[in-house]
Design a protein around this ligand. Structure first.
Ligand code: DCP
Ligand code: MG
Length: 352
């Protein structure tokens, strides 16, 4: 039991619709869907108010209007969703390097070795959701479990704006009662087929055997059998590792002395150390200081370094500041560069 993994699955609540409700307050208390409004268009998603009428993603707009005549359908703004998604991923990266994005609004995080929040995955998930709410004014739900399969199912349990933890000792009981239709890969048709043979919950599958399952679902039998026992050994498919860590602040008021810059750097440095914690396995190779001047031109000074040193940032600051030429400063930033980490390719086997 010593090597149990801790996986968090985070999924934004009615993502595209939530962004529209945030940016256009007039949509906040009405049933809303995102999609085209042509006669043959299909919905991308809808808010929870619209869902009460049975309106769903992938539903033709016409059908949705029949179910909910007051439904407001708006066009999607992909650029905003992408930008928001980038911000969400940046929040994830404050807690771990091991992130597998599944779509714009969804990702797995492996926090098995995370040190933040005393290593509590539950608290990390809460903090991530709080960060998202504070910085983006959007809500997310989370599932916390010993593997990807269970974490994904768990994130749906207390949606919207909730989370669900399945600790290792609860897995057996959770899976026992789980309907097979909740297993990713089982669509309505497969579910119906399984029902006909008497399989409705994971408990039914557990009492059976792989050969019997093969006759019904073919190659999927192995996976189905394992999932029904709560087993999923898939590692995260981690996207490319970050090459640097940057933190910067735009000042409320421009500053015009090097001493003031030093003061800002001291406070940024403390934040940088916190952000660095989840990347403690990475080898630092560079430090840099960035200044943006009041005319919006910017300058960056970098140097080789093997650890994150406050004094070195101040040396770099002197050099960057010497380029100010009497301009005041509107932004100060610190960066760390990382060496390529050999364990990138070690993310591994897709065994069941
Ligand atoms: N999406 C889409 N077409 C679909 C399904 C989804 O364009 N058929 C887009 C719109 C969603 C986003 O992807 O907002 C995320 O998909 P989810 O399945 O996570 O759905 P939501 O986030 O909208 O709702 P939920 O609160 O159920 O997660
Ligand atoms: Mg979602």
């Amino acid at each position: 039991m010593g090597n149990q993994k801790k996986i968090i699955h985070i999924d934004m609540d009615c993502f595209y619709a939530a962004v529209e409700m945030r940016d256009f307050p007039e949509y906040q208390n009405i049933p809303l869907a995102v999609g085209g409004d042509g006669p043959r268009s299909v919905l991308c998603t809808s808010n929870y108010q619209a869902r009460q009428f049975g309106v769903r993603a992938a539903m033709p707009a016409i059908k949705a209007k029949q179910l909910c005549p007051n439904l407001k359908i708006v066009h999607g703004r992909m650029d905003v969703y992408k930008e928001t998604s980038k911000h969400i991923r940046e929040i994830f990266s404050r807690y771990t390097d091991l992130i597998e994005p599944l779509s714009l609004d969804e990702a797995y995080l492996d926090v098995t070795d995370a040190t933040m929040c005393q290593g509590s995955a539950t608290l990390i998930a809460e903090k991530i959701r709080a960060d998202i709410f504070k910085e983006l004014n959007l809500t997310a739900s989370a599932g916390i479990a010993p593997n990807k399969f269970l974490a994904k199912i768990a994130s749906d349990e207390n949606k919207p704006n909730g989370q669900c933890v399945i600790t290792p000792d609860k897995v057996a009981n959770f899976v026992e009662q789980l309907s097979l239709k909740k297993i990713p890969g089982i669509g309505p048709k497969t579910f119906e087929k399984l029902n006909k043979h008497g399989y409705v919950t994971c408990a039914d599958v557990r009492q059976s055997n792989i050969r019997a399952l093969q006759n019904i679902v073919g190659k999927f039998a192995n996976s189905l059998y394992l999932r029904s026992h709560g087993v999923d050994n898939r590692a995260l498919e981690v996207s490319r590792q970050r090459k640097s860590l940057a933190i910067e602040t735009t000042l409320a008021q421009d500053i015009s002395t090097q001493d003031e810059c030093k003061f800002v750097i001291d406070s940024l440095y403390q934040k940088l150390l916190t952000r660095l914690a989840p990347h403690s396995n990475r080898e630092i190779i560079k430090q840099g200081v960035k200044l943006k001047f009041t005319d919006f031109n910017q300058t960056t000074v970098e140097t080789q370094s093997h650890e994150c040193q406050q004094a070195l940032f101040l040396t770099l600051l002197s050099k960057a500041y010497s380029r100010a030429n009497k301009r005041s400063i509107r932004l100060v930033g610190l960066t760390l560069g990382f060496a390529d980490s050999p364990d990138e390719s070690q993310q591994l086997s897709l065994s069941l």
